[in-house]
Write a protein that binds this ligand. Structure first.
Ligand code: FE2
Length: 155
């Protein structure tokens, strides 16, 4: 049982889920203004989803003899999601666009993972990734709709 490309794809997902969690936390803390009460608490749900997927993907990686990324340095080195200092000056829409873009990166990661795990014959990882990809596509729809966009806008 050796799935080297799947291991690599899972670590990319772990890195991007970890970074996305920090990005969402930042906007959960720094947001101000109209819709605060609704959106601040909505982001708790988003973070719970990201944390659950992160843990499950990292543990699956261990099950196939891999070693998950587990330091901030490794996350920053691997993630494709930008790391920006917190700002009080962004609008709600700007914050939600940043979160939506992070989710689209994670969706692309899942699509890569689905492809390589199928090619390597790791059916259980493939099944897990398809389930999470479906959940991420739903979240993308919800976040895009909040911004008045179709889910595929700008792609
Ligand atoms: Fe909170």
């Amino acid at each position: 049982m050796a799935y080297p490309k799947t291991e690599q794809a899972l670590n990319q997902i772990v890195a991007d889920l970890t970074q996305a969690h920090m990005v969402v936390h930042q906007h959960h803390w720094y947001m101000l203004g109209h819709r605060f009460i609704k959106l601040h608490f909505y982001l708790d749900k988003v973070m719970a989803e990201l944390a659950d997927q992160q843990d499950t993907v990292a543990e699956r990686l261990i099950e196939i003899n891999g070693s998950p990324i587990s330091t901030y340095e490794e996350v920053l080195d691997a993630t494709k999601i930008p790391d920006q200092k917190g700002s009080w000056d962004l609008s709600m829409d700007e914050r939600f666009q940043i979160i939506l873009d992070a989710y689209k990166t994670i969706r692309d990661d899942y699509e890569e993972g689905i492809k390589v795990s199928a090619a390597e014959g790791d059916d259980s990882t493939n099944d897990m990734l398809i389930e999470f990809h479906t959940a991420v596509e739903k979240r993308i729809w919800l976040l895009a709709a909040e911004l008045g966009q179709r889910p595929g806008a700008g792609e």
